[in-house]
Design a protein around this ligand. Structure first.
Ligand SMILES: [Zn+2]
Length: 454
């Protein structure tokens, strides 16, 4: 049974990729044009992918190489073309079996869910025949991807009766765009997105009603709450994807890309799981946490640094999710309380094994969520006390947004400096202790913060 944390786990790993794969700049390297086309016949849907190179090259390689699954899931349309996995460079290579330079290659794809431990799933199928795919999976380069190349012209064609949802817009027939960085999720199918003032959502109609309702009606409310409590988003409307494959399986993956939040369930037992009311709450919490990130300064790309300062972004996102759920639903109160108690317990337990500063290096990344939430809860409480309820944690975060927009770094130093005017040395001391590298001090600091939040 995946808990929220295992569900959220791929996101943590993806953050690392986000940072390491991020490159800027345009290159004059050999251009590769990508065309992906879905066709629908009586026997089913076919997804074909073609690459056209402007100069014949020895091979085609990919930006993202999480495993060797393209070698079995991408079927070359020409018998002279193969995808080989090179174990030394750990990458998949498209080449001619007879050594001819290649200038145009095409494949038939396998459009089912494939779990990639360290990357976004290539396809997230919906129960009603729709599919979201991850464009970054397609990014390919002639000969090598090691230059500054970061522009990927892609054309997508879909059958009549179906449409594309790209960057929040519904398009029929075909769409072309220049992709970059880590790519994006693109939907193809018959389902119309739900378009609200705050988001564009594709929610699988086979999901249990309790979850559908939470995502359809409550997510917009949560985002409106964040827009009101912090500052409204200056980006285009974010997209939410919730796909439910309804197949035999036990995996789920949740993740984010810039301005996109998604969750896929590759299983068929959600009706049963939804009988437990915590399941809908957990799902909503996941989306609320990710939505909170969209409002964080220095995080407009939907990515945050993966380092010892992560308690700032992960802890506040979890605490903001708690606040949003508490504000919007009385009946979520006991769930939120349990999560806070659990966060306190797992944080103090975890601090006996790792300091907060080192947690990202030694597999204890969850401490940034749990300890960070306890810390933000204490800050909220102290700020409210000191200002007789005039201000709250949101006020501090709004100031952080402002400071960052003026060029201050979006990290803990800027944030902690904003707490100085509240004249709360006991709060600052407790935070310093909680983040110190002495485990006894850290636990004491955390216990003090937990009490301050009561
Ligand atoms: Zn997060």
């Amino acid at each position: 049974m995946p808990s929220l944390r295992t569900i959220a786990h791929p996101f943590l790993i993806l953050l690392v990729l986000v940072i390491t794969n991020f490159t800027n700049g345009v290159s004059l390297a050999s251009q590769v044009d990508t065309v992906i086309e879905k066709t629908q016949t009586e026997s089913g849907a076919t997804w074909e992918l073609g690459y056209t190179l402007d100069k014949p090259s020895q091979q085609l390689v990919f930006v993202r190489n999480p495993d060797a699954s393209r070698t079995t899931r991408w079927l070359p349309k020409s018998s002279d073309i193969e995808i080989a996995y090179d174990t030394i460079s750990q990458q998949e290579i498209v080449r001619s079996k007879t050594g001819k330079p290649i200038s145009k290659v095409s494949f038939v794809l396998t459009p089912t869910y494939k779990h990639l431990g360290k990357d976004y799933a290539p396809f997230s199928p919906f129960s009603n025949g729709g599919n979201a795919f991850h464009s970054g999976r397609l990014f390919a380069c002639a000969n090598t991807c090691e230059d500054e190349h970061n522009e990927w012209p892609i054309t997508l064609k879909v059958p009549s009766g179906e449409h594309i949802v790209l960057n929040g817009r519904v398009v029929s027939g075909s769409a072309s765009w220049v992709d970059k960085n880590n790519g994006r999720q693109v939907y193809v199918g018959k389902q119309q997105p739900i378009i609200t003032d705050s988001a564009v959502a594709l929610i699988d109609p086979a999901l249990p009603e309790s979850i559908q309702a939470k995502l359809e009606y409550d997510m917009p409310n949560i985002m409106a709450y964040f827009s009101h409590s912090l500052n409204p988003l200056s980006t285009e409307k974010p997209m939410l994807f919730a796909s439910y494959a309804m197949v035999d399986g036990h995996s789920s993956q949740g993740g984010t890309l810039p301005n996109q939040i998604f969750m896929h369930w590759n299983r068929n037992d959600l009706d049963k799981r939804a009988e437990n009311s915590d399941f809908a709450n957990k799902t909503l919490w996941f989306f609320a946490h990710e939505a909170a990130h969209l409002y964080q300064p220095g995080n407009t790309a939907g990515v945050s640094e993966n380092d010892e300062q992560s308690w700032l972004h992960e802890g506040s996102a979890d605490y903001f999710a708690a606040l949003a759920m508490k504000y919007l639903y009385e009946d979520a109160n006991s769930y939120v309380k349990r999560r806070i108690t659990h966060a306190f317990e797992s944080c103090t337990q975890g601090l006996t094994q790792s300091t907060l500063a080192d947690a990202y290096k030694n597999g204890h990344f969850n401490l940034y969520y749990s300890c960070g939430m306890v810390m933000h809860r204490a800050i909220d409480s102290v700020v409210q006390q000191k200002t007789l309820g005039e201000e709250s944690l949101f006020t501090v975060w709004k100031r952080l947004q402002k400071a960052v927009s003026r060029g201050m770094p979006p990290g803990t130093a800027t944030f902690l400096a904003l707490l100085e005017p509240y004249n709360a040395p006991e709060l600052i001391d407790a935070i310093n202790n909680a983040t110190s590298d002495n485990d006894k001090k850290a636990i004491l600091g955390l216990q003090t913060l937990y009490r301050m939040g009561e």
